[in-house]
Design a protein around this ligand. Structure first.
Ligand SMILES: O=C(CO)[C@H](O)[C@H](O)COP(=O)(O)O
Length: 246
C-alpha cells in the first residue's frame, strides 16, 4: 500500500488575503478612524473591513483612503469615509509595502500612492504593514524602484538633480519617468513619478531620504523610515508578527 502525502500549494494571492484579513481582525475596533492603504494586499484588508461593517461585527468605523482607487473600493463596500482635515487623529492605518527591512523601514509607492500614504500614515498612532514574505529585504531599494513623486514642471531637470545626489553616488543609480500605456503616469495629485534604481546598496538611507526631499521639484519619496509599528508577514507557514523594537 502506498501513502500519498498531500501538500497544499498556497498562492501569493491567498497569502495576501490572509494577512489583509488578519490585520483588520486584530487591529481594527469599533469607533476607530482607520487609514486605508493602497495596493493588492491592502485590497483584502479593505474587503474585510467592508465585510465586518456589513455583518455588524464592527460599528462606527470611518476610513481615510490613501488613493482614489482605495476610495472607490471603499465606497463600493459602503465603508464611511472621511479626510485628515476633519479627522486628524488616525487610530490605526493598514497598508502594504514594496520592501521591508529588519528595522521595519520601508520602500513604498511602486503602486503610485506614496504621497497620500505618507501624509495619512504619518498621523497614525499605529501603522500596521501587511506583506507576503517576498517583501522582506536586507537593504532597501535593491529589488526595484525607489519612487519619487515630482511636479511635472521641468521634471527632466529634477530627475537630473536626483541622479547627482551625493548619497547615491556609490550606488550606480539610474532613473526613469514612470509611464503607463505609452504616456507618462500621472498620480492622484497630478504629479509624475521618477523611479530611481540602484545597483549597489544605499550606504545611508536616512541621508538619501533627506537629500531626495531637498531637491526642488520633489514632492515626496517612497522611503518610509521609522513609521511602521508592526509588520504582519504572510508565508506558507502562517503569519509572523514583527513588532518594532523600541
Ligand atoms: O506603496 C504602495 C502603493 O503606493 C503599496 O502599498 C505597495 O506598492 C505594495 O503593494 P502590493 O501590496 O500590491 O504589493
Amino acid at each position: 500500500m502506498s501513502t500519498k502525502v498531500e501538500t497544499k500549494v498556497i498562492s501569493r494571492e491567498d497569502l495576501k488575503k490572509r494577512v489583509g484579513y488578519k490585520a483588520v481582525d486584530d487591529y481594527v475596533h469599533s469607533g476607530m478612524v482607520v487609514g486605508l492603504g493602497t495596493g493588492s494586499t491592502a485590497y483584502y484588508a479593505i474587503e474585510r473591513l467592508g465585510q465586518k461593517l456589513r455583518e455588524g461585527e464592527l460599528h462606527n468605523v470611518v476610513g481615510i483612503p490613501t488613493s482614489t482607487k482605495t476610495e472607490l473600493q471603499s465606497k463600493s463596500l459602503n465603508i464611511p469615509l472621511t479626510t485628515l482635515d476633519t479627522h486628524p487623529v488616525v487610530e490605526v492605518a493598514i497598508d502594504g509595502a514594496d520592501e521591508v527591512d529588519e528595522k521595519l523601514n520601508l520602500v513604498k509607492g511602486r503602486g503610485g500612492s506614496l504621497l497620500r500614504e505618507k501624509l495619512i500614515e504619518t498621523e497614525a498612532k499605529k501603522l500596521v504593514i501587511i506583506v507576503d514574505d517576498s517583501k522582506l529585504v536586507q537593504n532597501l531599494g535593491m529589488t526595484g524602484a525607489v519612487p519619487v513623486e515630482v511636479i511635472p514642471f521641468c521634471w527632466k531637470h529634477t530627475m537630473r538633480r536626483l541622479l547627482q545626489l551625493e548619497s547615491l553616488a556609490e550606488c550606480n543609480v539610474s532613473a526613469t519617468i514612470r509611464s503607463e500605456k505609452d504616456s507618462i503616469y500621472v498620480t492622484d495629485n497630478n504629479n509624475y513619478i521618477v523611479d530611481l534604481f540602484v545597483e549597489r546598496p544605499i550606504p545611508d538611507i536616512s541621508l538619501a531620504g533627506r537629500q531626495i526631499s531637498d531637491v526642488v521639484g520633489v514632492v515626496e519619496h517612497g522611503i518610509f523610515l521609522n513609521m511602521a509599528d508592526v509588520c504582519l508577514v504572510s508565508g506558507t507557514e502562517g503569519i509572523r508578527v514583527i513588532e518594532k523594537e523600541r
